[in-house]
Each structure stands twice: as structure tokens, then as C-alpha cells.
Design a binder for this molecule. Structure first.
Ligand code: 2PG
Ligand code: MG
Length: 424
């Protein structure tokens, strides 16, 4: 099977934060048409592939993407339209060569991601298979439904409160099925809203649909979560509903190297002590970006000290980059990786990063970005690659639930698909 692309088209649309992003469509001669929406992060790793923004202050405060849109409609369209490709991976290779930079800053990672996602959609459509089945076939992986991680309290760069930790997630590890896990997430979310209101806290939302109360100590949020889990009739912990954290520590590390948490300045080791105390007291099973992306010695010590007890996951430090992940694995940093297609720029490179994690026995979680569209590619990606974990924000707000709902539809149509944390 080959991909014969007739038309390539991009337009500037809005993401969930009222910020411009791209929608890309690919069309074949016989009229098959696929579409992709491009996500965008706020707490980005410094080594991520580079999003192209116009910088024209007279439009969208400099955040416009007409330049990236133009690259898709001109240069990329010229390279793809009217040409035949052996596969979507072949399209990705062409995009990478055309851009020609290590960081994809010339054409823009946002331009490349949109075309790459649409190309993989197109290949699946032409093969007449579901996207997740097609991805499994290409990656040589066993499909599996993931455990969803619902971000129900937002802080850091995703909210205007004083909470330094960015994400507090519900992980219904004890749920027997994806549908039951979604139900647990939604029921605890509702109880949390009720409890926040009863205790006089605001119930306004942050960027990922979680609540953003004016609370600054992470331990106080964790206690609220444990109470809400109990209120909803679930057991806090790995047999019921556990908790995952993404402090996104690069965002609260100070120029002097200390971490500022709820008014205190902590060294790397003091912050690791704090995590240890948190794990002793609360049912936290996973910590993402517990330390800053450039604190590699701290990461080694954190993995040594806590790696047997919890999942230690790299996001900003790894940026879904196969070379960085390979180096970090050799240094025994973390035991898990967060996976985001737009951190590296193409689906092919993302699958490569995921393969490297599998081969090193690192667990992985596929992730949305804080700025999202209704695009649900990541739901198919996590199922097809059998990664076992996904985070897509709260069980609320359209752009977040688009992914969870896609998972529910996949499980409804394919009830025999296994559901569990990771390949075993
Ligand atoms: C993260 C992500 C997604 P952002 O840090 O894991 O939750 O946030 O997209 O802002 O980088
Ligand atoms: Mg993160």
C-alpha cells in the first residue's frame, strides 16, 4: 500500500486556551480525507522541538501561527502533494529532511506534527483499519487499554493559584475495566467539587479542567483527594484509586538551584525527603518531573532512593527524545517516561522513543498537552502501543474527554482488548 497525497492544507484554529494552533488536512485523489489538530504545552522542556509562533504583537499577543500554516500550505504541500509515499513513516522522514534542523525550528514542530498525525490517520484509513490497530501493526506491539490518570487539581503554570505542584491526578489502579476507571474518575471529581465548595474553596478550573483552589501546600491537596476518594465510596490506594503527581519541578526551581515549595526553599535532597514523606503518608504511586530537567545528579539520587517504591517519570527532562532517553537510561535516571508527540515532532520518532523505553523496561504514559484540541490521536496511540497509561486532564471539558471517550468507544467495540497498567 502507498500513500498518494493530492492536497495538503492547514488553517489557524484556536486551542483550548484561546491560543492559535493548526488544523491540518490531507486528501487523496479518491477523496479520502484526514484531519489533525495540534496541541501545545505551557510548561515546556527546554529541549523540546520548537513550536513556530509569529511573534507579531498585533495579533494574538504574538502567538499567531500563520507562519507555520504558510509552511504547510507552501513548502510542505509542494513536497507532498502529487507525490507517492511508501508509508506514513516515509512522510515523516520527508518532513524531517525538509525541515533540516535538529529542533525543527525552521518549518516549526507544530507544522510537522499536524502533517505527521494526519499522515498516520491517512495510512490507517487507506488500510481500512482503526488507527490504533494500524499503529500496533506498524510498531509491532500488543494493543492494550490504558489506565487513565485524571488531573483533578491544577497548579503551577496551569493555574493562577499559589500551588507550586502542577498536577494532582487520580489513578484508578484498582478498577477492573477502562469504563469503571472512567466512572471512578468522574465520581471522585464530583465529590471533590462538593468537598471544595463545602470547605469554602473556589471551584474554578485550571487549564486541564482540574480545580484550582487557593491552597499552597501539596499535602493539603493530597488530603483533600484522599477524602474525596473516600467520599465517593472508593478505597484510597493501589487496590482502589491511587494518586499520581506531576510537580513539573523545572517551573519552581530558582536560579540559585533551590526549589520553592509553599514558601520554603529546598535543596534537591530536601525535596526528595519531602516526596518520601508524601509517599509514606499518601497513596501516591507515580511522580513525574519531581526534579528540574537539568538536575541530573538529583534525578539519579531520587531514582535510587524512591525508584523501588514509586514510578519515577521523566517529562521535561526526556522530551520524548530517543537520544536523551537513551542517555538517561544509561545513567539510571527514572524508570518511566512521559510521551508527547509534539515534544519531538513526528509520530515515527515518538514510536522510536517508546520502543527504547520498552526495551529498557521503562514504563510509559502517553500524554496530552495543557493546550489541546478535540483531536484524539493519543487515545489510539496509547492503545496501539499497549503502553498501559494515559493522562488527558480532568474527566471534564470537551478537549480532555475527547480522548477518554475515544477509549470508551474502542473498548465498547472491542471488549476482548486487555486492560491493565503495562505489558506483562
Ligand atoms: C505536562 C504537560 C501536560 P504542558 O507537564 O505533563 O499535562 O503540561 O503541556 O503544559 O507541558
Ligand atoms: Mg509534565
Amino acid at each position: 500500500m502507498t500513500l498518494q497525497i493530492a492536497q495538503v492544507n492547514a488553517v489557524e484554529i484556536l486551542d483550548s486556551r484561546a491560543c492559535p494552533t493548526l488544523a491540518v488536512t490531507l486528501t487523496t485523489n479518491d477523496g479520502t480525507r484526514t484531519r489533525a489538530g495540534v496541541p501545545s504545552g505551557a510548561s515546556t522542556g527546554s529541549r523540546e522541538a520548537v513550536e513556530l509562533r509569529d511573534g507579531d504583537q498585533s495579533r494574538y499577543r504574538g502567538q499567531g501561527v500563520l507562519g507555520a500554516v504558510g509552511h504547510v500550505n507552501d513548502e510542505i504541500a509542494q513536497a507532498l502533494a502529487g507525490h507517492t509515499f511508501a508509508s506514513a513513516a516515509d512522510v515523516d522522514r520527508t518532513l524531517i529532511e525538509l525541515d533540516g534542523t535538529d529542533t525543527k525550528h525552521r518549518l516549526g514542530a507544530n507544522a510537522l506534527v499536524g502533517v505527521s498525525l494526519a499522515a498516520w490517520h491517512l495510512e490507517a484509513a487507506l488500510a481500512g483499519t482503526e488507527l490504533w490497530q494500524h499503529l500496533a501493526h506498524s510498531a509491532g506491539t500488543e494493543p492494550r487499554l490504558p489506565v487513565p490518570h485524571f488531573n483533578v487539581v491544577n497548579g503551577g503554570a496551569h493555574a493562577t493559584n499559589d500551588l507550586d505542584f502542577q498536577e494532582f491526578m487520580l489513578a484508578p489502579l484498582g478498577a477492573p475495566s477502562l469504563a469503571e476507571a472512567v466512572r471512578a474518575g468522574a465520581e471522585v471529581y464530583a465529590q471533590l467539587r462538593a468537598r471544595l465548595a463545602a470547605e469554602g474553596h473556589a471551584t474554578g478550573l485550571g487549564d486541564e479542567g482540574g480545580f484550582a483552589p487557593a491552597i499552597d501546600r501539596p499535602e493539603d491537596v493530597l488530603q483533600l483527594l484522599v477524602d474525596a476518594i473516600t467520599d465517593a465510596g472508593y478505597t484510597p490506594g493501589r487496590d482502589g484509586v491511587a494518586i499520581a503527581l506531576d510537580p513539573a519541578a523545572s517551573e519552581f526551581r530558582q536560579p540559585d538551584g533551590l526549589y520553592r515549595v509553599a514558601g520554603q526553599a529546598l535543596s534537591s535532597d530536601q525535596l526528595i525527603d519531602r516526596y518520601e514523606a508524601i509517599i509514606d503518608r499518601f497513596p501516591v504511586w507515580s511522580i513525574e518531573d519531581g526534579l528540574a530537567e537539568d538536575d541530573w545528579p538529583g534525578w539519579v539520587r531520587m531514582t535510587e532512593r524512591l525508584g523501588d517504591r514509586v514510578q519515577i517519570m521523566g517529562d521535561d527532562i526526556f522530551v520524548t527524545n530517543p537520544a536523551i532517553i537513551t542517555e538517561a537510561i544509561s545513567k539510571k535516571i527514572a524508570n518511566s517516561a512521559l510521551i508527547k508527540v509534539n515534544q519531538i515532532g513526528t509520530v515515527t520518532e515518538t514510536l522510536d522513543a517508546m520502543r527504547i523505553c520498552r526495551e529498557a523496561d521503562y514504563t510509559q504514559m502517553v500524554s496530552h498537552r495543557s493546550g489541546e484540541t478535540d483531536d484524539a490521536f493519543i487515545a489510539d496511540l496509547v492503545v496501539g502501543t499497549g503502553s498501559g497509561q494515559i493522562k488527558s486532564g480532568a474527566p471534564a471539558r470537551g478537549e480532555r474527554v475527547a480522548k477518554y471517550n475515544r477509549l470508551i468507544e474502542i473498548t465498547a467495540a472491542h471488549p476482548s482488548l486487555p486492560y491493565s497498567l503495562a505489558a506483562s
